[in-house]
Design a protein around this ligand. Sequence first.
Ligand code: FEO
Length: 399
Amino acid sequence: MNIRKITSDVYYVGVNDRVKTKFEGLWPLPYGVSYNSYIVGGSKKLALIDTVSIDEVREYFNNLDHIAVHRSIDYIIINHMEPDHSGALPEVMRRYPECKIVGNSKTIEMIKGFYHINDESRFVVVKEGDTLDLGDRTLRFTLTPMVHWPETMMTLIEEEGVLFSGDAFGTFGALNGAVVDSEMETDIYIAEMYRYYSNIVGKYGKFVQKAISKLEGVALTYICPTHGPVWHDEIARVVDIVQDLAAYRSEPGVVIVYGSMYGNTAEVAEMIAQEIAALGIKKIIIHNASNSDMSYMIRDAFRYQTLIVGTATYSMRIFPPVETFINAMQTREIKGKVFGCFSNFTWAPNAAGTQLQEFAESMKMPIVATLPIKQSANDATRFEAREFARKIVDAMKNA
Ligand code: FEO
């Protein structure tokens, strides 16, 4: 049981998942993940904010039984319907038969579809800016579609500036005892915030920007997301991080993602990295796409300014793990990179290189440097790699 009083009327009642190895069946969870849920107790009504994954209900209902021992839950506010937050909803409804679900029209449609809860008398439908009076505490609802699903909304306690933000400002990583950032070391969570954002929400940058703009002028005391720590001391820091990621603003650094069958393309990746390092760039990350998990390649491509993609030609196409990576970039509509590419071919006339150029065109990213290699590096390749690196570093300085 991990119940944490956040303010006089707000309690954390979420749970940790240290069993699941991949979030959404895709993204590794080396530190686990938390599913956050909160209780807001007004003088008249008690509201539960989101629920948790169905996988972790035992501890969750222990928490609810403990916190709501003398009062029943009057409302469940559904900020986000993804099953990691709504999985326990049917059981909450069964245990608290008087409880009403509060959501927007899209939320209600999804509840009917996912959980076949069709009793209209149990729904309270809210719109942008609507409020719900709990007695001395007023919840105000802000619709924030596509952060991360179309029904997503945020809920603010007006009197306290406590924001329940859904997936926004969330991170991977289970909570290790403490809940609020001021009571823990946050390094891992901040690092995992980049991976969480880029993997999960990365496609929806313009919607995230719009959602954050709706918060302008609100004096926030706590941000309570659906995953990871509650933010208090570090609100300004995490808002800056998410704003930058949403606007595709990146940090100085070079990410090289390559795919190689027999080491010839890998050799050129190493050469390019050495030449870039020789020009004074200290932050260089190399991913062999055959071995690196997609989750980390996406994270680094989002976070850093320069992306270099190298590939062997495979069946007249980009080497499959590299193709999966560039597809992920297209899906997330990544922008604003200093971009270079290199490609290796044996007999097909640089088919993979042509495809990389098509990728860059589709993303509206000018190609700063290219380097085709036939079969393997030769005496000229070192000089070509040096020239490639010079073009990249010049572009980084001018970006
Ligand atoms: Fe944590 Fe979009 O659900």
